[in-house]
Design a protein around this ligand. Structure first.
Ligand SMILES: *[C@@H]1O[C@H](CO)[C@@H](O)[C@H](O)[C@H]1NC(C)=O
Ligand SMILES: *[C@@H]1O[C@H](CO)[C@@H](O)[C@H](O)[C@H]1NC(C)=O
Length: 255
């Protein structure tokens, strides 16, 4: 499948110090071209589980369920186990990812998060094409304010003030489109002319959120624009419940 994203890949520099190592050349190249590993986080707050515990077996049940259900629609939230050792998980594929890209992203993400967070009761991992999250806490429908990171293109635009304004306007319009009645994907992409150039954007929420919560989540991360990507040619704020991306080149798969 052709991808404009892979043909015009930019170098991303995450703000979080921790994220720098994961975006090393090695980790980017070891992934398929258009499904780079982005970041992961294991939660210590919920504690750890032991080998052969009920929690582990619930987790063992949950992940295959998600990888089975998600590729057809791009999203699923599911729980495994009873109250005491309940595991809740969700997976979301990028709205423009094909079912097979979605499937292969999860096939990568599942063993990877198990390896990176071997005993943690909660964890989250992001790739270009998918997000996978699990927790002992029932988090469905709630905006995730804990897990968030920024990525930006190192190149500066020549007219930051007007560029920032236009970027913000595009993302706000896309938020409206993603949360408009009947858009069940909570996903929107679009573009905007800025002078002779074009600006391209994408917004998406996890579909356990109601559209009002999706809107609140996106408004929250759009508010981070000055912190993440002031005057930068491209940027992303990526969270556990919503994310946006903008670029001065097309990156959305239209196939
Ligand atoms: C962009 O601007 C920042 C802040 O002025 C500067 O530190 C950085 O080197 C610039 N980046 C490039 C690629 O020129
Ligand atoms: C938002 O949706 C409207 C109605 O479908 C469409 O005309 C407009 O181009 C969309 N906005 C963007 C930025 O794509």
């Amino acid at each position: 499948m052709s991808s404009l994203f892979s043909s015009k890949r930019t170098v991303w520099f995450p703000i979080l110090a921790l994220a720098i190592q994961i975006l090393s050349i090695h980790s980017v190249l070891s992934q398929s071209q258009n499904n780079a590993f982005l970041y992961h986080k294991c939660s210590d707050i919920e504690g750890s589980f032991t080998s052969k515990s009920l929690y582990q077996s619930n987790l063992n049940n949950l992940f295959p369920q998600l990888s089975y259900i998600v590729p057809s629609t791009g999203f699923a939230a599911s729980s495994s186990g009873n109250t005491l050792d309940n595991v809740n998980g969700l997976a979301l594929c990028r709205g423009d990812a094909s079912s097979s890209d979605c499937s292969s992203c999860l096939a990568t993400a599942i063993p990877e998060i198990r390896q990176r967070c071997p005993n943690n009761k909660a964890g989250i991992i992001w790739y270009d094409n998918c997000l996978l999250k699990y927790s002992s806490t029932k988090f469905f429908g709630k905006i995730d304010y804990e897990n968030r990171f920024y990525l930006y293109n190192v190149n500066n635009v020549s007219d930051p003030t007007s560029f920032n304004t236009q970027t913000r306007a595009l993302l706000i319009e896309l938020t409206k489109n993603a949360t408009t009645r009947g858009n069940q994907k909570l996903f929107a992409t679009g573009e905007k002319n800025i002078g002779k150039k074009k600006l391209y954007g994408l917004v998406q929420c996890t579909r356990d959120l109601r559209s009002e919560s999706c809107k609140a989540c996106l408004n929250g991360i759009i508010g981070e624009l000055p912190n993440c990507c002031d005057g930068k040619e491209g940027g992303r704020v990526v969270g556990g419940s919503c994310n946006f991306r903008y670029e001065i080149y097309p990156f959305v798969n239209t196939a």
